[in-house]
Write a protein that binds this ligand. Structure first.
Ligand SMILES: NC(=O)C1=CN([C@@H]2O[C@H](COP(=O)(O)OP(=O)(O)OC[C@H]3O[C@@H](n4cnc5c(N)ncnc54)[C@H](O)[C@@H]3O)[C@@H](O)[C@H]2O)C=CC1
Ligand SMILES: Nc1nc(=O)c2c([nH]1)NC[C@@H]1CN(c3ccc(C(=O)N[C@@H](CCC(=O)O)C(=O)O)cc3)CN21
Length: 295
C-alpha cells in the first residue's frame, strides 16, 4: 500500500523552522483566509475548527474556500459535538465530495459529556467511515501541557493506540498539539514521545502574534498553562499591563535551536489568535530574517 502523502517532505529538515507550517481558521474566517492567501505557499494545510456557533454548511464552505484558494483543507471533527451518526456521516461524505478533503483532524472536543453517540476520537475512528470515504491522513491532538482529565500515562497510552489504529486502517497518522508557551515543555514531550516508540510526525501548536489579553483569554479557555514565569520565558515580561502584543519569536527561536533528530519529524502549526494575516506576516518576516542570517 502507498504511504499517503501528508505534506511536507518530512524526511528533509526544513531550511527555516517555519517552512512547511500549517495554520488554523474558524468556519467564520473565509474572508480572513482570502486576505492572508497571497502570503501563503500553495498546498499549505489549513485546519477548519469545529466550534459551537458554526454549522455544517459553514464548515463545508470554509473547507471549499481552502481548496479553491489552492491550500489543503483539514476539517476538524469534534467527536463529542456530533449529535448523531448521520451528522458525522454527512460531514465526512460532503467534505470529500465538495472540497476533495483528504485529511481530517479528530478531537474529543470540550463538551464535558458526549452530545451524541461519540464519546471520543477512538469512537470516530472505530466507525471505519474515514477510510471508507477515502480519507488518507488523520490528525489527532497532542497534549504536551497535560490533559485536564487524564494522567500523563493515560495520555501516552491513548495517543499510541490512536496512532496505531489510524495506521492499521491504511491512513497516515499526524499529531497536532495543543498550543503552548513553553518551548522546553514541547521539546521534552517530543523526546519522550519518540522514546516511547511513536514515530508519527508532529505539528507543534504555536500561537500567532496577538494581543496579550486575547492570548491569556484563549489559554484560560483551552486549559493551557500561562503562568507569569512561563509567559516570561515566552517573552512577556509582565502580566500587569495587558495592552501589548506578544509574538512567538522567542519560542520559535528555541525550536530552531533545540530541535534535533531525537525529536523526530516536526513542523509548526499556527493558531492565529491575532488574525490570519497578522500571523502570515509574522511568519514571512521571521523566515526572511532567518534566511538573511544564514546567507
Ligand atoms: N486543537 C486542540 O488541541 C483542541 C483540544 N481540545 C481539548 O482536547 C481534549 C480532547 O482530547 P483528545 O486527545 O481528542 O481525547 P480523546 O478523544 O482521545 O479521548 C481520550 C480520553 O479523554 C476523555 N475526554 C476527552 N475529552 C474530554 C473532555 N472534554 N472532558 C472529559 N474527558 C474527556 C475521553 O472520554 C477519553 O477517555 C478535549 O477535552 C479538549 O479539552 C479540544 C478542541 C481542540
Ligand atoms: N480545549 C480546546 N478547545 C478548543 O476549541 C481549541 C483548543 N483547545 N485549542 C486550540 C484550538 C483553537 N480554537 C479556537 C477557538 C475559538 C476561536 C475563535 O475565534 N472563537 C470566537 C472568537 C472568540 C474570542 O475572540 O474570544 C469565534 O468568533 O468563533 C478560534 C480558535 C479551538 N481550539
Amino acid at each position: 500500500m502507498n504511504t499517503p502523502v501528508i505534506h511536507p517532505n518530512w524526511d528533509l529538515p526544513p531550511e527555516v523552522i517555519t517552512d512547511g507550517f500549517s495554520i488554523e481558521m474558524t468556519a467564520k474566517d473565509i474572508e480572513a483566509l482570502e486576505e492572508a492567501a497571497p502570503l501563503m505557499a500553495p498546498e499549505t494545510p489549513v485546519a477548519v475548527t469545529f466550534l459551537p456557533g458554526e454549522n455544517l454548511e459553514m464548515r463545508i464552505e470554509a473547507a471549499k474556500a481552502v481548496r479553491r484558494l489552492g491550500f489543503e483543507p483539514m476539517p476538524h471533527f469534534s467527536a463529542r459535538r456530533f449529535l448523531s451518526q448521520h451528522e458525522f456521516e454527512e460531514m465526512a461524505r460532503r467534505v470529500v465530495a465538495e472540497a476533495d478533503v483528504k485529511r481530517v483532524f479528530v478531537i474529543a472536543g470540550d463538551p464535558p459529556e458526549a452530545e451524541g453517540p461519540f464519546a471520543d476520537t477512538s469512537a470516530i475512528l472505530a466507525t471505519g467511515l474515514l477510510e471508507q470515504v477515502g480519507i488518507q491522513a488523520v490528525g489527532i491532538g497532542g497534549h504536551p501541557d497535560g490533559h485536564p482529565n487524564m494522567t500523563d500515562e493515560e495520555c501516552w497510552a491513548v495517543l499510541k493506540s490512536k496512532c496505531a489504529d489510524i495506521e492499521s486502517r491504511g491512513m497516515a497518522s499526524l499529531i497536532v498539539t495543543q498550543f503552548g508557551f513553553d518551548p522546553d515543555r514541547f521539546l521534552d514531550w517530543l523526546k519522550e514521545l519518540r522514546e516511547r516508540g511513536i514515530e508519527t510526525p508532529v505539528r507543534i501548536g504555536v500561537p500567532g502574534p496577538a494581543g496579550l489579553k486575547k492570548l491569556l483569554r484563549f489559554a484560560a479557555r483551552c486549559g493551557v498553562g500561562a503562568s507569569a514565569s512561563v509567559m516570561k520565558k515566552y517573552g512577556v515580561m509582565s502580566l500587569t499591563n495587558l495592552l501589548g502584543t506578544a509574538g512567538p519569536d522567542k519560542m520559535v527561536d528555541a525550536f530552531a535551536a533545540g530541535l534535533g533528530p531525537e525529536h523526530g519529524k516536526v513542523r509548526l502549526h499556527f493558531y492565529p489568535f491575532g488574525g490570519m494575516k497578522a500571523t502570515m506576516e509574522w511568519i514571512d518576516a521571521y523566515a526572511a530574517r532567518q534566511k538573511e542570517v544564514a546567507a
